[in-house]
Design a protein around this ligand. Structure first.
Ligand code: C2E
Ligand code: MG
Ligand code: MG
Ligand code: MG
Length: 288
């Protein structure tokens, strides 16, 4: 019963508007408490070089370790955090925690690799973004080349402002990638103008590449385009060996997905970093 109630507290997008407003208030106060009480935790998902099979980066993904409800997925609170503005303090926490963790891994002698952090639009457009990120890099001692910021294009984005912010980030020396590529609006227009390093092909295209020829064509075309534009490309949501083969044949650079590993705790990730390869049991069982 308690569990049932707990679940309902977070169904902020259900159609019952009355319960929506009640739950939003509760969610907002709980999120504020979570920020102060340090209830967030980062999980890490390896990003793998498709040629060597080795881990060449990790994406930091936030979870909410709720005292009564256990680990809560970002899908339940990030959209609300964005709406309410709470994403700014939460995002700052993520950035600092991720940089600190990557620096700690480097100090422990693990191979140097970039850590990717998701940046919400609200964070991306905040005043003095460059100064804030520089401050975190200085505080944690992480070299900017080992930080990658993932930005999701949005249709309400002010393009000139976005270019300005991206240029400032590039001046800092961090890497920038476009997340969920292909799902946004007017992607090619942005691509031409944005100073970015990498595209992340959205999971929704990768999912059906083996069954839907249109998705296969789209993915192959995006990859070919990135090569012409001198961008790196990573495919998200790789779950099967067939998908991996397709991506390899089409010269995708990097892959990320459950086939290699789901997002895991820092401890679990360290086990993989010791060997340099993801240790999802499925991958080794079915290895060629
Ligand atoms: P995203 O940035 O596109 O992250 C990838 C999501 O896909 C992650 O979900 C990951 O667990 C999931 N995923 C990875 N491989 C596979 C796969 O093979 N199959 C399937 N079905 N899923 C896979 P997660 O961790 O639940 O995060 C969801 C979204 O929440 C993220 O999408 C991102 O938009 C947002 N998010 C997560 N952490 C943060 C954060 O610190 N800040 C911000 N602003 N947003 C965040
Ligand atoms: Mg991401
Ligand atoms: Mg994504
Ligand atoms: Mg996404």
């Amino acid at each position: 019963r308690a569990k049932e109630k707990g679940r309902n507290d977070f169904q902020i997008f259900n159609t019952d508007m009355k319960s929506v407003s009640i739950n939003r208030l509760k969610l907002e106060s709980e999120l504020r408490r979570a920020i102060v009480g340090d209830e967030f935790v980062l999980y890490y998902q390896p990003q793998v070089d498709i040629e060597t099979g080795r881990i060449v980066g990790v994406e930091a993904l936030i979870r909410w370790d709720h005292p009564g409800k256990g680990l809560i997925s970002p899908n339940y609170f990030i959209p609300f955090a964005e709406e309410s503005g709470l994403i700014v303090p939460i995002g700052e926490w993520v950035l600092r925690a991720a940089c600190k963790q990557n620096k700690a891994w480097q100090n422990q002698g693990y191979p140097m690799m970039p850590i990717s952090v998701n940046l919400s639009m609200r964070q991306f457009f905040q005043h003095n973004l460059k100064g804030k990120i520089r401050h975190v890099l200085e505080q944690t001692g992480l070299d900017p080349q080992y930080l990658e910021l993932e930005i999701t294009e949005s249709m309400t984005m002010d393009v000139d402002h976005a270019i300005q912010s991206l240029l400032e980030l590039k001046e800092l020396g961090v890497n920038v990638s476009i997340d969920d590529f292909g799902t946004g609006y007017s992607s090619l227009y942005y691509l031409k103008k944005f100073p970015i390093d990498k595209l992340k092909i959205d999971r929704s295209f990768v999912r059906d590449i083996m069954v839907d020829p249109n998705d296969a064509a789209i993915v192959a075309t995006i990859i070919a385009m990135t090569h012409h534009l001198n961008l790196k490309v990573i495919a998200e949501g790789v779950e099967t060996e067939d998908q991996l083969h397709f991506l390899h044949e089409n010269r995708c650079n990097e892959v990320q997905g459950y086939w290699f590993s789901p997002p895991v705790s820092a401890d679990e990730l360290e086990k993989m970093l010791k060997t340099g390869i993801p240790n999802a049991s499925a991958a080794s069982v079915h290895a060629k």
